[in-house]
Design a protein around this ligand. Structure first.
Ligand code: NAD
Length: 321
C-alpha cells in the first residue's frame, strides 16, 4: 500500500503517546492519527476525548487503530511500555520493554510499510537498535527520539543562564539518552559565537565552573520530574512534534535523534544520538563533526554503556504475545 503523506500511527496510549498526539493535533501537520494500545478501552476513551476538541483545531482524522494502519503510514511512533519508577534508571527497564518492542515489531512486520519508525520507549537507544534489527529496515528509517529532549533541556538551561532567548542558543546533548549522555560544548554557540568566545565577551561568570553544573542538571532532569510528579510527558510530547515536523514536512532539520552509527565518530554498530539531518526519508545524513578530545572520549564511553545494555537483551528476549 502506498505511503500516505501525513498519516501517523502511535503505539502506546499512555501519558507520552497522548501528550504527543494532543500537541501534534494542534499543529495541523497530520492528516490522520491512528492510536494503538493493548488496552483497547483506553484507546477508545482517548480517541473520544481528543475527537471532542476537533472543531477547535485544523482538520485531522483520529481513530482507534490496528496494526494494518502501519501499511500506509508516514510515521510510526512507539511509546508503548513500562516507564521509569522513582530511582530506577532507564537501563533497568530493558528486559520488560525489549519484549514489548519485539512483539510490536513483529506486528508491524506483518504489513509492508515505508514509514519512518520513531522509538520513544526507554531505554530508547537500545530499543531503537532492537527495533532496527527485528524489522530489518534500512537504518535511516528506524530512529529514536534520542537526546532531542535532553538537547531541548540543555538549550533551555543555557538560555536561562545567559539570559538569552533559547532560539539564539545552539547546543547539543549527544550519546545515550541516559546517565552517560554528553554535553557537546565544542559544538555550542550563543548568538552565532562559539560559547567559550561568547563567555569572554559576556564576562558575567566563570564559564569553566558552570559547565559541569548545567550538564548535570540536564542529565538529572528526568529523575527530578519523576520524583515530583511520577513521570515525564509534556517535554517529550513536544520533542516528538518537532521530530514529526522534520519528517512530515521534509524540513531537513538538524536533530539529535538516535541512529545506528557505522563508523561515524569512530563508533560501529551502536544506536545513539549525534546531530543528524532529518527529513521525510528519516536520517538523511549523520553530521560527523569534530568534537573536543574529552567529549569524543565521553561519547565512546557512552557507546560502550549502551553496548552493555544491548548485550543483556541479546542474551534474553522472548517475544510476548
Ligand atoms: P504509560 O504507562 O503511561 O503508558 C504506556 C502504555 O503502553 C500503556 O497504555 C500500556 O497499555 C501500553 N502498552 C504496554 N505494552 C504494550 C504493547 N505490547 N502493545 C501496545 N501497547 C502496550 O507510560 P508513559 O509515561 O507513556 O511512558 C512510555 C514510555 O516512554 C516509557 O518507556 C518511558 O520511559 C518512555 N519515555 C521516553 C522518553 C524519551 O525521551 N525517550 C521520555 C519520557 C518517557
Amino acid at each position: 500500500m502506498a505511503k500516505r503523506e501525513r498519516k501517523v500511527v502511535v503505539i502506546g496510549a499512555g501519558s507520552v503517546g497522548t501528550s504527543y498526539i494532543y500537541a501534534l493535533l494542534q499543529t495541523g501537520m497530520a492528516e490522520e492519527v491512528a492510536l494503538i494500545d493493548l488496552d483497547r478501552g483506553r484507546v477508545e476513551g482517548e480517541v473520544m476525548d481528543l475527537s471532542h476538541g476537533l472543531q477547535f483545531i485544523p482538520p485531522v482524522r483520529i481513530k482507534a487503530g490496528e496494526y494494518e494502519d502501519c501499511a500506509d503510514a508516514s510515521m510510526i511512533v512507539v511509546t508503548a511500555g513500562a516507564k521509569q519508577a522513582p530511582g530506577q534508571s532507564r537501563a533497568d527497564l530493558i528486559r520488560t520493554n525489549a519484549k514489548i518492542v519485539t512483539a510490536i515489531c513483529d506486528q508491524i512486520s506483518r504489513y509492508p510499510s515505508e514509514a519512518i519508525l520513531v522509538m520513544v520507549t526507554n531505554p530508547v537507544d537500545t530499543l531503537t537498535q532492537v527495533a532496527l534489527e527485528r524489522l530489518g529496515w534500512p537504518r535511516q528509517r528506524v530512529i529514536g527520539s534520542g537526546t532531542v529532549l535532553d538537547t531541548a533541556r540543555f538549550k533551555f538551561m543555557l538560555s536561562r543562564h545567559c539570559g538569552i532567548d533559547a532560539r539564539n542558543v545552539h547546543a547539543y546533548i549527544i550519546g545515550e539518552h541516559g546517565d552517560s549522555e554528553v554535553a557537546a560544548w565544542s559544538l555550542s554557540h550563543v548568538a552565532g559565537i562559539p560559547i567559550g568566545d561568547y563567555c569572554k565577551i559576556c564576562g558575567v561568570c566563570d564559564s569553566s565552573r558552570y559547565r559541569k553544573q548545567i550538564a548535570e542538571q540536564v542529565r538529572d532532569s528526568a529523575y527530578h520530574i519523576i520524583d515530583y510528579k511520577g513521570s515525564t510527558y509534556y517535554g517529550i510530547g513536544l520533542s516528538l512534534v518537532r521530530i514529526s515536523g522534520a519528517i512530515l514536512r521534509n524540513e531537513n532539520s538538524v536533530l539529535t535523534v538516535s541512529t545506528l552509527l557505522q563508523g561515524e565518530y569512530g563508533i560501529h554498530g551502536i544506536c545513539l544520538s549525534v546531530p543528524c539531518i532529518v527529513g521525510d526519508h528519516g536520517v538523511v545524513r549523520i553530521i560527523d563533526a569534530q568534537l573536543a578530545s574529552d567529549e569524543q572520549e565521553a561519547l565512546t564511553h557512552s557507546a560502550q554503556a549502551i553496548g552493555k545494555t544491548l548485550a543483556t537483551v541479546r542474551q534474553a528476549p522472548t517475544p510476548i504475545a
